[in-house]
Design a protein around this ligand. Structure first.
Ligand code: AMP
Ligand code: GLY
Length: 422
């Protein structure tokens, strides 16, 4: 089969790497991909939001199956465009991707169906939001309704911060139209865990768990980023908690979406917080996590393409997901200054050290090729993953492998996985 993957980050490199192992796959294309993905797939220079061009390409090239990795095209309705042209595509339709595309939608859904999440209010009027905040309990969480590159969430410890947040999101429109509606949420405490699941509209099957490290600096300091590193599985996500989530969160979410006439096919990524009152949903995403995919997919034993086809065909109930009884750790190598401002174009050395090593992965997130060498081309540059018998071994190997790579301004967190060492 000829497969097309849409996206250009470390997540898409992990997806391509897994699909490449499938005996059914003959050729992989990636649009637009990046230089590292170009080692494993044929790059197609079409942007993810150019739906018609992508569908034209898929038709012309005889693509049998397309996998959409990113949130923007999913929320924008790329799956509907492909389906209207009888092209097989993995991912939720627009009316289901709204689960990620609108926090107001997802909060209302959880409330209606009794799915555990933080209490909330939503506002379209800044004056009303301010009045509410003046009598609300602190700390409090402000969220722009729409997609904001993972940056539209503000945790406010004081009233002044909260009022400044309303101005930023609703009046100054720092996150654009995403901030037209504001969700104000109760602040929760607990451990965070990410659970990615496959869905076919009716059946939902969870993958192994993972934990991300969203803040830029060691000890969870500094700004929020797309994610600086992950480990899998999360030792805090016990079988008991998993069973609770399946019954009270995962299955009710898929059933609710079907009930609403929005059957969800694709990946639902549950951002969970394990609170003293039990697991609660922090957020839904309609795609693999980045860098969660970089630790979950290398541990998956199933043929990824077969599972994705089952989601599209509505036969996921016939599949048993299997994960290796090991662990994986991913450390992101970023450009100094990420997530604010950083330089690009520095030569990267050492990627070839990973060749032929089964338990080490060098996933490319932001790289380009210049004069035959890889150069930095983004904030998150590489995701260095290692698998091991357990988390401690995987972590040791991943940090060792970060030393194989060098580029000017190389920045990473040094405490990925400290949580499980405690
Ligand atoms: P989100 O994009 O909704 O996952 O939010 C980004 C991060 O903000 C999460 O990973 C949490 O660390 C934090 N966060 C979001 N909502 C809450 C909440 N209600 N209480 C505490 N922290 C939160
Ligand atoms: N790592 C978090 C995300 O992909 O949204």
């Amino acid at each position: 089969m000829k497969v097309l993957v849409i996206g250009s980050g470390g997540r898409e490199h992990a997806i391509v790497t897994s699909l490449k192992k499938s005996p059914k796959v003959t050729t992989i294309y990636c649009a637009p991909g990046n230089a590292g993905i170009g080692q494993d797939a044929t790059l197609v220079p079409i942007k993810p939001m150019e739906f018609d061009k992508l569908a034209d390409f898929a038709e012309k090239e005889g693509i049998d199956f397309t996998v959409v990795g990113m949130d923007d095209p999913l929320v924008g309705g790329i799956v509907d465009v492909f389906e209207a042209r009888n092209l097989r595509v993995f991912g939720p339709r627009k009316n289901a991707a709204i689960l990620e595309g609108s926090k107001a939608f997802s909060k209302d859904l959880m409330k209606k169906y009794g799915i555990p999440t933080a209490a909330y209010e939503k506002f379209t009027d800044a004056t009303e939001a301010e009045a509410y905040l003046k009598q609300a309990k602190l700390p409090i969480v402000l969220k722009a309704d729409g997609l904001a590159l993972g940056k539209g969430v503000l945790i406010c410890n004081t009233l002044d911060e909260a009022l400044a947040g309303v101005k930023e999101i609703m009046l100054d429109k720092k996150f654009g139209e995403a901030g037209s509606t504001l969700v104000v949420e109760e602040f929760m405490t607990g451990r965070e865990v990410s659970v990615l699941t496959f869905c076919d509209g009716k059946t939902i099957k969870p993958m192994t768990s993972a934990q991300d490290h969203k803040r830029a600096g060691d000890g969870d300091t500094g700004l929020n980023t797309g994610g600086m590193g992950t480990f899998s599985p999360s030792p805090f996500y016990t079988e008991e908690i998993a069973a609770y989530c399946q019954k009270h969160i995962f299955e009710p979410t898929v059933a609710a979406m079907a009930q609403e006439g929005r059957p969800f096919q694709g990946i639902i990524f549950f951002g969970l917080m394990l609170t003293a009152q039990g697991p609660k949903v922090l957020e839904y995403n309609a795609r693999f996590g980045d860098p969660e995919a970089q630790v979950v997919l290398p541990r998956m034993k199933n043929d990824l393409l077969t599972v994705m086809e089952a989601c599209v065909d509505g036969t996921l109930d016939t599949i048993e997901l299997q994960f290796a009884d090991n662990a994986a750790v991913c450390v992101i190598l970023a450009s100094k200054g990420y997530p604010v401002s950083y330089e690009k174009g520095f030569v990267i050395s050492g990627c070839d050290y990973f060749d032929g090593k089964e338990d080490y992965f060098c996933f490319h997130a932001g790289t380009a090729k210049k004069d035959g060498s890889f150069v930095t081309n983004g904030g998150r540059v590489l995701g260095i993953t290692a698998t091991g018998e357990n988390l401690i071994e995987a972590r040791k190997k991943a940090y060792e492998a970060t030393k194989w790579i060098d580029f000017e301004g190389k920045y990473m967190r040094n405490d990925i996985g400290n949580a499980f060492l405690e």
